[in-house]
Design a protein around this ligand. Structure first.
Ligand code: 9MR
Length: 453
């Protein structure tokens, strides 16, 4: 099992903030972007991204302002990454991943093993040759992105629609029913720090298909097959509306002891009806503690795979729609509408206020193996909200941090300080945020120090 071996609680009160606190209009301190608002709820807010659109400044402007996670829409699929057997092309996907990491955004990997969008050579394989090709593909792609992926859709859409609860027939399925767990084991071996997800559609409510996925995931948990999350694509329209038991369905999967994520959200429609449905989907995630992120399947309506249904949060010009405001407000954020007195040209008056005593604590969970470890650190704010934090971890001799996510590492080999990145610095009073790091050598000691800002 993965996150196991030790849970260490770590201490410490933090620094004081000194001095003047700006007095702003009510609500002015609320988050004003999807990503910042979701972060205050301990969640990411992501979007599918197409590499070829990144040069569009409207597109990339919204991407960088609003989103804290990205999913390559097509660039990591089998046909894109291994067009010829054994020859891997990562250029487009690398563009998305490296840009996201530079901007402090998480990456959802999509998708390692799927019946669709296979290269022609794989479509023509079967039996052992296909099984071996799949394992090699999973291993090579997950290894290439080792340490850079927050969550991988390891297997996508492996169950049939309708009432049978059966696996979908496909060339992969015909290699043997164990192909899914074989893919998960290969992914874990290649990238032990990534969360490994099963991802599907029409599984958003309780039905024969989601029951079948539930049975598979329960079995995986019981037998120790490595799985950390289930993705619910959540493509909604009149024919496939937001199910009334959406939250209950997310919750029953979470209760199996894994994360749930809304992975490809889009809702056809317009105006208030669409906005209300988006708000309801967002509320469902917020109500499930282990629903740790929402991804919408594109930025502007015109970017959507079903553009005619105008299913996204921004219109074709990049203007936020009612659905955007509904999601932002549901996350606890607010749109900015600065009055003249609040504009940057004429700053708000400041008055001195007694500073709050900011404090934080850090809880470190270690998963160690011979020669290496992964540490997941939860930072918890005290009674006053944080604007930032630093957690210092002591490493034993022979240890080194090789890779960090959701924080920036600095410092010597003995003590490494991890400081928040842009989107996860603000933590509400008593709220939490997580970061992690991977290392070689023996696992860290039981001491760490959290300093609040
Ligand atoms: O949005 C993707 C679109 O650009 C591709 O043409 C299509 C090809 O299969 O895949 C779309 O994304 C799908 C995702 O990979 C898996 N779940 C359903 C998504 C919408 O079709």
């Amino acid at each position: 099992m993965r996150r196991s071996l030790a849970i260490l609680t770590v201490l410490t009160s933090g620094a004081l903030t000194a001095g003047a606190v700006a007095v702003l209009a009510p609500g002015a301190n609320a988050a004003t972007t999807l990503g910042a608002a979701a972060a205050e709820k301990g969640r990411y807010f992501g979007t599918a991204v197409a590499a070829y659109k990144l040069s569009d400044p409207v597109y990339s402007g919204i991407l960088d302002r609003e989103f804290t996670s990205v999913t390559p829409e097509n660039e990591m699929k089998w046909d894109a990454t291994e067009p010829t057997q054994g020859t891997f092309t990562f250029t487009s996907a690398d563009t998305i991943v490296n840009r996201a990491i530079a901007n402090g955004q998480k990456v959802r990997g999509h998708a390692l093993a799927w019946h669709s969008q296979q290269p022609g050579w794989a479509q023509n394989l079967s039996g052992t040759a296909l099984r071996n090709a799949m394992v090699n593909h999973v291993t090579r792609v997950a290894t290439h992105y080792r340490g850079k992926i927050d969550s991988w859709d390891v297997v996508n859409e492996a169950f049939a629609d309708g009432s049978t609860g059966a696996r979908r027939d496909s060339n992969l399925q015909r290699t043997g029913n164990d192909w899914i767990e074989v893919a998960f084991r290969a992914a874990r071996a290649a990238d032990p720090a990534a969360k490994l997800c099963y991802n599907d559609y029409n599984t958003d409510g309780q039905n024969a298909k989601s029951n079948a996925v539930y049975a598979m995931v329960s079995d995986f948990k019981a037998r120790g097959v490595p799985i950390d999350c289930v993705g619910f694509q959540s493509h909604f329209n009149a024919q496939s509306p937001l199910p009334s038991d959406y939250q209950a369905n997310l919750q029953r999967f979470a209760d199996l002891g894994l994360d749930v994520q809304i992975t490809e959200l889009d809702i056809e429609g317009s105006g208030t009806t669409q906005a209300n449905t988006y708000a309801a989907a967002t509320r469902a995630c917020l109500a499930v503690t282990r629903c740790n992120g929402i991804t919408v399947w594109g930025i502007r309506d015109t970017d959507s795979w079903r553009a005619s249904g105008t299913p996204l949060l921004f219109d074709g010009n990049g203007n936020p729609k009612a659905a955007y405001t509904a999601v932002l407000n549901t996350l606890g954020g607010t749109t900015t509408s600065p009055s003249p007195s609040q504009s940057s040209a004429s700053p708000s008056p400041s008055v001195s206020q007694p500073p709050g005593t900011r404090s934080c604590a850090a809880t470190v969970a270690i998963n160690a193996w011979t020669g290496g470890f992964v540490a997941t650190v939860k930072v918890t704010a005290g009674a006053t909200a944080l604007t930032g934090w630093t957690a210092a971890v002591t490493l034993p001799s022979g240890s080194a941090v090789t890779n960090t996510w959701n924080a920036t590492a600095s410092g010597s080999t003995a003590t490494v300080s991890f400081t928040n990145v842009g989107y996860n610095g603000p933590v509400p009073a008593a709220g939490t945020t997580e970061f992690g790091f991977q290392g070689t050598g023996p696992a860290p000691s039981t001491t760490a120090t959290c300093t609040a800002r």
